[in-house]
Design a protein around this ligand. Structure first.
Ligand SMILES: NC(=O)c1ccc[n+]([C@@H]2O[C@H](COP(=O)([O-])OP(=O)(O)OC[C@H]3O[C@@H](n4cnc5c(N)ncnc54)[C@H](O)[C@@H]3O)[C@@H](O)[C@H]2O)c1
Length: 376
């Protein structure tokens, strides 16, 4: 693991998700930007001294010195965004499989370079767009794919949070806010990169629709903020469907309010991250129904993504673990020299991460432009 040291947010979630199915063992790390904190964090987690590194460069060098059968199988990158590219590129170039958090990298050129490296090396590369790991999101995807909604017409996705509703950055009390509002570390976008990228991925994963053009309005509503904290977009998809995407971190009182509504000629689906075990199906010509996680009438992909019987709550960490499960299935298939079972190796790839980077870039361009409608 690179990143995820003491006081970090998502690295600890990754480790819990990795541990859930007993398939992954954390054996090496460079866990913090400060060498001392990196080593202290590794000791907390019981890493062997010789594999508890002060920086990722020494970890990579050390792994390459080991005989292939002793090396790590993959690296997880859970640092702030600006560190993703150099680490991902170096490990992929050295032939390691990679899991990287979103947004993948800062620029389209970096994204293209990374896609090319992964392709050349033939390695596995997963991006932790974890919301697509929820069973009921997979059920929604299957219902769209099998035509139960008919031709898609309208998609509304909202990702609302309130934790950046005041100027918390720079106070010394919230390092997650510090780097997310700093263009050098976050990238060209704030909220649209941090959570809008999840919204884009959720839409793409569930509907399969491709954005043809978009019209964006990004603002920094908290005075003195350097990057957007609120964004509203209109989307036009290939084939004619229309969409609305909202990503905002200044919605006071809202927590992690990601929600998706997809309407086709035959009906509508609605899903909310804060009630992840329910999928609302509203057929045009029939009674409304609530589908629930763990039920035997769900599609195989949704059933496989569930660990407990219906009514026993599962959530964020389980969905995250499903992304890791997909990566592990793909790595195991490669080690065995067989084709991966597509239902098992179900996880967002480097190309999905690269599309997310393009989405951020086109959104920022549209918001800055007077013409507004911006081609993909
Ligand atoms: N998938 C999700 O739901 C989700 C949720 C939160 C964050 N994220 C993403 O995860 C990443 C981390 O976010 P966070 O909120 O955990 O950040 P954080 O600030 O809490 O933690 C970042 C960690 O990376 C370490 N780090 C920084 N530079 C490093 C370097 N050069 N080498 C090694 N370690 C280094 C820091 O010391 C810290 O331990 C970001 O890319 C963010 O967008 C994803």
């Amino acid at each position: 693991m690179v990143g995820g040291g003491r006081d970090a947010f998502i690295g600890a979630v990754h480790r819990k998700a990795m541990a859930l199915d007993g398939q992954i063992e954390l054996v090496a790390g460079a866990l913090s930007s400060s060498p001392e904190k990196a080593r202290a964090s590794g000791r907390d987690l019981g890493l062997a001294d010789e594999r508890n590194h002060r920086d990722w460069q020494s970890m990579l060098a050390d792994e390459l010195k080991r005989p292939p059968e002793e090396r790590i199988d993959f690296v997880s990158i859970v640092t702030p965004n600006h560190v993703h590219f150099p680490v991902a590129e170096a490990f992929a170039e050295a032939g390691f499989h990679v899991v990287c958090d979103k947004p993948l990298v800062h620029t389209r050129a970096q994204a293209e370079a990374l896609v090319a490296t992964v392709k050349r090396q033939g390695t596995v590369f997963g991006v932790t767009y974890n919301y697509t790991g929820y069973p009921m999101v997979r059920q929604a995807r299957e219902m769209v794919r099998s035509g139960q909604l008919g031709e898609l017409r309208k998609v509304v996705v909202e990702y609302n949070q309130g934790w950046l509703a005041s100027h918390v950055e720079g106070s010394g009390s919230n390092k997650q806010a510090d780097w997310r509002t700093d263009p050098a570390r976050s990238g060209a976008a704030g909220a649209i990169g941090d959570i809008g990228s999840h919204a884009e991925n959720l839409v793409a994963s569930v509907t399969g629709l491709e954005i043809e053009s978009l019209c964006a309005d990004l603002s920094a509503l908290v005075p003195g903020r350097m990057l957007d904290d609120d964004g509203s977009l209109l989307l036009r998809f290939n084939g004619g469907a229309r969409g609305v995407l909202i990503a905002s971190q200044i919605n006071t009182g809202l927590e992690n309010d990601l929600r998706l509504r997809v309407s086709g000629a035959l009906g509508t689906l609605e899903w909310r991250q804060e009630r992840p075990s329910e999928l609302l199906h509203l057929p045009h010509d029939g009674p409304k129904r609530i589908l629930t996680r763990g039920s035997p009438w769900l599609c195989e992909s949704a059933q496989r993504a569930s660990r407990l019987p219906a009514g026993h709550p599962e959530g964020f960490i389980e969905a995250f673990a499903n992304i890791y499960g997909g990566v592990v299935a793909d790595i195991r298939a490669r080690l065995a020299g067989i084709a991966a079972d597509p239902l098992a190796a179900d996880y967002p790839r480097v190309e999905d991460g690269a599309r997310g980077v393009r989405f951020i870039e086109r959104t920022v361009a549209s918001s800055a432009s007077e013409a507004k409608w911006t081609a993909w």
